[in-house]
Structures are given as C-alpha cells and as structure tokens.
Design a protein around this ligand. Structure first.
Ligand code: ZN
Length: 268
C-alpha cells in the first residue's frame, strides 16, 4: 500500500513537471488567480447624468474581471479605504471628488508612491485651484473654465499613435454624447503632460445652448510625473456605446495597471 502511494505521488509529481513544461512555451499566460486589485469610487448623490455614467462604468469594469482577471472593489467613500490604498494597483475615479483632508493626504501619498489612477469627467472638476493645490499639480491643468451644452457627440482627434493607450486607435473617431470641459490653463502647458486625445477644432462652434467657440481642447492626457490618466468623458448614459471609445477605456486601464512599479501583473 505504501509503495503504491509512493508511485502515485511520483506520477503526480512527474505530471506536474510535464504540465509546467507544456505551459512555459504556450503563447497565452494564464494567471493562477486574480492578477491585481482595482478600486472604483463614485458619488451616488451627484447629478443624475454623472451617476448614469458611473453605474455603466461599474458594469464595464466588472465585465473586465470575468474569469477572475482581477478583483474589483466599488465604494462611495474613498475614506473607508484610506489605510489600504496601497493594496490596489489602480483607483478608478468616476464622477467623484475627495473633500476631506485626511483622505486627500492618503490619496496624495498613494500617488506619490507609485499608485495608479484613472480619472473620469468630474473627478478633475475644481472651481478654484487654490482649494487643493496638489490636485492641480497632479492633473496638470487649471480649474474649470467652460463647457459645451447640451451633451453631444464629438469628432475627436487621437494626437499620437506612439502611446500604448492610443496605439490601436484610429486617427479620429466620433465619441458618443458627453459634456466636455475646458480649463483655465490647458494641460498642454505642462511640460510633463502628454496629450492623447482632444476635441477636433472642426467641432467649433461646439454646443447649442452653451457654445465653446475656440481654444485648445484636450480631453485625454497623462501627467508623466505620476502613473495616471485622465479622461474628460463621463456624462450621461451613452459613453459605453461606441467600440473605439471602449477600446480607449480598456487600453487606458490596462496601461496604468501594467506600469505598476511592483511589477506588471499581466506578466505574472
Ligand atoms: Zn457633467
């Protein structure tokens, strides 16, 4: 009986080795469990069109977890995660702003220590830059200047094909209806910012009720001082209706996560 057990154990061991040898050269790398953790935050009492976007974003990112690719936690209060932010490879900040000082400090510490951030729409909204100067430096743009209204589709220009986020995108596409912001200082003025997507100048005059007539209009960018990307889309229930834009969202998410200083989880 003992000998039989030994033989069985040996067989299992050899099998295990064979399995490893087979998978080593295989083109896919299958994770043994979730590769990383993501934290999504949103504000359920925000204006209705923002909550509409946020709820669809939750669905979108939840679908990306299928097959246990990663763990997605969703919160309406980032303060609850103040002491555990470092466990997350990325914070997806939908239409959410951090109001309290302690959570702001925790977020700053997280970002300054290699944390990942993907922010949408109102997450960058500030009426006054002085109210949280670090956030202004982090985003690389001034406070809110103006918007077009109502939300509408827009021809957008992909400004570079060199970046991993835009490598697979066409030079331009029609983005589904959203509200877009211009800033008191364009992020293009910041030498560490790389603009990835902007509203095409062909859109001017842009808007029906509120009309933006001119100006630099970047809508997706990254500040290279941090592992971050900001996307100005995020208003209403149409944002996830367009394949190109969904590809942009997935690329942006994947890129932020893959740059984790603790190691690229997709290579695990
Ligand atoms: Zn909005």
């Amino acid at each position: 009986m003992k000998i039989l057990k030994l033989i069985l154990t040996a067989l299992l061991f050899v099998n295990g080795l064979n399995l490893n040898a087979q998978t080593e050269d295989y083109p896919a790398n299958y994770a043994k469990g979730p590769r990383f953790k993501a934290l999504l935050c949103y504000e359920p009492t925000a204006e209705e069109a923002h909550v509409q976007f946020d709820k669809q974003a939750i669905q979108f990112f939840h679908k990306l977890t299928y097959g246990e690719g990663y763990l997605l936690d969703v919160t309406t209060n980032l303060g609850d995660y103040r002491d555990s932010l470092q466990n997350y490879s990325i914070i997806i900040m939908c239409n959410y702003g951090i109001a309290d000082k302690k959570t702001r400090e925790a977020f700053q510490t997280y970002m300054e220590n290699g944390g990942g951030w993907m922010g949408f729409h109102a997450s960058a909204f500030r009426a006054n830059e002085a109210e949280w100067p670090w956030m202004t430096e982090f985003l690389g743009c001034g406070s809110f200047l103006c918007n077009q209204w109502p939300p509408q589709s827009a021809l957008v220009r992909v400004e570079t094909s060199e970046h991993p986020v835009t490598r697979t995108l066409p030079e331009q596409y029609v983005a589904p209806a959203s509200e877009y912001y211009q800033w008191t200082t364009s992020p293009r003025q910041d030498k560490d910012v790389e603009i990835l997507v902007s509203i095409s100048p062909k859109m001017y005059p842009f808007g029906i009720k509120d009309v933006v007539k001119s100006g630099d209009f970047p809508i997706v960018w990254t500040n290279k001082r941090y592992r971050m990307i900001y996307l100005n889309m995020g208003h209403g229930d149409e944002s996830f209706m367009e394949a190109t834009q969904n590809l942009l969202y997935t690329n942006a998410f994947r890129w932020v996560v893959s740059c984790d200083p603790k190691g690229n989880p997709f290579e695990k």
